[in-house]
Design a protein around this ligand. Structure first.
Ligand code: HEC
Ligand code: HEC
Length: 283
C-alpha cells in the first residue's frame, strides 16, 4: 500500500516509525546531510541567501520545496499539506519555519521535519533554511514566476538545466546523479533514462510511482510531478542527458509540450480512463 493511501484512509496524526516501515525505508535515520548548493530557476545562484534579503515564494522558496519536501507534500497527498501551492504554504508558513528551523536547532518539541525516510529534507542546506526563514519573516511574499529558461543553443540549454538540477533534482538524485540505494534511483548511466527519451520526459512531467528497475536495482518509491514549464523540463533533461556519462541527447520544449497530454497508464489502471495514454511500457 502506498503511504498516501494510508494517510488518506487514516485521518490521524502519523506515527513515524510506522511510516518508515510502510514506506519500506531501509536507510532512514542514517543518511548523512549532503551539501547541495542551491540555485533559483531564474538562473541566479543563491548559495549566499544572506545576499538576498527578500526571498519570494515563486523564485526562491518553491524550488526548495520541490526538491526537499514535495515527495510527501504535493497535490496528490490530500492529508498532508501541499507546499507547492502558495496559499497553503503561506497559511502554514510559521509552522514550516518552526519545523525547518527551530526544530533543527533542537528547541522544538516535535521531531525535526527531516524525519525518517526523508533524506532530501535532511539535506537542506543552511542557505536554504535561511532563505525560508527570511521568506517567512518578510511576510511570505509570493513574487512573480521566474522567466522560463529560454535557450538558444544546446550549450545554453545545458547551462540552464544544470541550475535546475542543482536546485531541485539533486536533493534526491544527488549532486553526482548517482541516487541513493533503495530510495532514489541513479540518473548517472541510467539504462532506464537512456533507453527511452519520451518516457524520461513523461517521468518529469507527471512524476512516477511504483516499482522501477534501474541498472538492475529495484526501487519502489514516488517522484512527484513538479510545476515546471516546457523549457525548464527540456533544459534539465538535456543537462542530465549530457552529464554523468549519459547518452548526450537534447530534449526540446516542443517535445515536452507534445507529451503533456499523454499521461502514461499507471500499472493496474484501466487503459480507457483519462486522456489518450502513451504506450504502457511506462512500467
Ligand atoms: C517523507 C515524507 C515527508 C517529507 C520529505 C517532508 N514531510 Fe513534512 N510532513 C510529512 C508528514 C507525514 C506530515 C504529517 C505528520 C506530522 O505533522 O508530522 C508532515 C507535516 C509537516 C508539517 C506540519 C503541518 C501542520 O501544520 O500540521 C510541516 C510544517 C512540514 N511537514 C514541513 C515540511 C517541510 C518544510 C519539508 C521539506 C523541507 C517537509 N515537511 C518534508 C511528511 C514529509
Ligand atoms: C523528491 C525526490 C525527487 C526529486 C526532487 C526528483 N526525483 Fe526523479 N525520481 C525520484 C524517485 C523516488 C524515482 C523513482 C520512482 C519510482 O520508484 O517509480 C525517480 C525517478 C526518476 C527517473 C526515472 C528513473 C531513472 O533513474 O532513470 C528520472 C529520469 C528522474 N527521476 C529524473 C528526475 C529529474 C530530471 C529531476 C529534477 C527535475 C528529478 N528526477 C527530481 C525522486 C525524485
Amino acid at each position: 500500500m502506498h503511504i498516501f493511501q494510508f494517510l488518506n484512509q487514516r485521518r490521524v496524526r502519523v506515527n513515524w516509525p510506522w511510516v518508515a516501515v510502510m514506506t519500506g525505508c531501509l536507510v532512514c535515520a542514517k543518511v548523512p546531510a549532503q551539501n547541495v548548493s542551491t540555485a533559483t530557476t531564474d538562473g541566479t545562484a543563491t548559495t549566499a541567501a544572506s545576499t538576498n534579503p527578500a526571498p519570494t515564494y515563486l523564485r526562491d522558496v518553491q524550488p526548495i520545496f520541490m526538491g526537499s519536501c514535495s515527495r510527501c507534500h504535493n497535490q496528490q497527498s490530500r492529508f498532508i499539506y501541499d507546499w507547492l501551492d502558495y496559499r497553503t504554504a503561506y497559511a502554514d508558513r510559521w509552522e514550516i519555519r518552526r519545523r525547518i528551523w527551530d526544530s533543527w536547532k533542537g528547541s522544538y518539541y516535535k521531531e525535526a521535519m527531516p524525519v525518517a525516510n526523508s533524506p532530501e529534507s535532511l539535506a537542506l542546506t543552511e542557505d536554504e533554511r535561511m532563505t525560508i526563514l527570511k521568506w517567512v519573516d518578510n511576510g511570505g511574499l509570493r513574487g512573480v514566476p521566474p522567466p522560463p529558461g529560454v535557450a538558444r543553443s544546446k550549450t545554453e540549454r545545458i547551462a540552464q538545466g544544470r541550475r535546475l538540477f542543482t536546485s531541485i533534482c539533486a536533493a534526491c538524485h544527488q549532486p553526482t546523479g548517482r541516487g541513493l540505494p533503495n530510495v532514489f534511483p541513479p540518473l548517472a548511466g541510467s539504462d532506464f533514462l537512456n533507453a527511452d527519451k519520451n518516457r524520461a520526459i513523461q517521468t518529469v512531467i507527471f512524476g512516477r510511482q511504483g516499482e522501477v528497475v534501474v541498472n538492475g536495482l529495484k526501487f519502489n518509491n514516488s517522484m512527484p510531478s513538479f510545476p515546471l514549464n516546457d523549457q525548464d523540463i527540456a533544459n534539465v533533461l538535456t543537462f542530465v542527458y549530457n552529464s554523468f556519462g549519459n547518452s548526450g541527447l537534447e530534449v526540446t520544449p516542443d517535445e515536452v509540450k507534445g507529451l503533456r497530454s499523454q499521461r502514461p497508464v499507471p500499472s493496474g489502471a484501466p487503459a480507457s480512463s483519462g486522456p489518450p495514454a502513451a504506450k504502457s511500457d511506462f512500467e
